[in-house]
Design a protein around this ligand. Sequence first.
Ligand SMILES: *Cc1c(COP(=O)(O)O)cnc(C)c1O
Length: 365
Amino acid sequence: MKVPFLDLKTPHQELEADLEAAFKRVLNSGWYILGKEVETFEAEFAEYCSVAHCVGIGNGLDAIHLLLLAYGIGQGDEVIVPANTFIATWLAVTYCGATPVPVEPDSATYNIDPLAIESAITARTAAIIPVHLYGQPADMDAINLIAQKHGLVVIEDAAQAQGARYRGHSACSLGNAATTSFYPAKNLGALGDGGAVLTNDNAVADKVRQLRNYGSKVKYQHDLLGYNSRLDELQAAFLTIKLRRLNAWNERRAEIADYYADKLAGCGIKLPYVPLWANPVWHLYVVQAEKRDELQNFLHQRDIETMIHYPVPPHMQECYTSSTYQGLPVTERLSRQILSLPIYHSMTLSQADVVIDAVRSYFQS
Ligand SMILES: *Cc1c(COP(=O)(O)O)cnc(C)c1O
């Protein structure tokens, strides 16, 4: 039995009739940018995240970029980012003219290590962007405490964590503001690109609304040097439908994660660690193995697709080689040892068994 890494088809087949009706509604409305569909989705997703404002953006990277601009972050500023993250978190900082300052992860949770943040703070530090990596919330109380002490803005990058909870509170409601992405493979994915900014801060929400739409509040009146980055009506209509399934789909991911944890315990790989205060949404199920490449090949030979998130950390990418980043040993070691096993709501337990049996037989051989 083949076990694909991802399945983007089944969720949309399950919702085919609703998605087609939404498509026809938008088609026949004659209105495709910044209309009722975006307003409806923004209201429902803000409520889902327990925040006052959701602003739909063209993608998750632009959401971080525009939010940093709304806070006035730019040239001369430093922004603390996880060393271990998708490169978008760093790029958004670079776009503003500010400098990303990487902080190592806790090697059990993979998230930014609060104990390592304080020594990275300088007089130029303006903000911290914790990422809820792989769907698990970062340790936000510890991060917020440091930020308050030093007067820093906290921006959650919740691209991988829609629906996750930290001490009972929703991801996207835990800092000054948050961003997310609706890239198709995320837990809440569109049928194309999309993103959002979430916040309780009225002024920040207003500024992001202006920045996403050519710096304009009133048509053809441009107060800011704005951008064009708007969630479109069609994607918003699809997302409203998919949002209603998000909790059920996340619960199913959690069942598979529990099943993996139970059946893979003690077999030789390092399993994900979940702190008591975290309710992760299992965007990815990441394990560690010393001979990772060998294990990955073994699984691929058995038709089991796996991936690595991420094989080359941002500070080692060609585009950042002109900046002199110190070695980041934890991040570099993780990039050699992590492996993402398949996990998605349409995965069957027999598919999970195929993965489990293969991993176990790798360690027995
Ligand atoms: C996907 C992702 C982004 C960027 O989202 P896009 O919509 O692809 O631009 C940002 N940060 C993290 C952690 C992500 O996983």
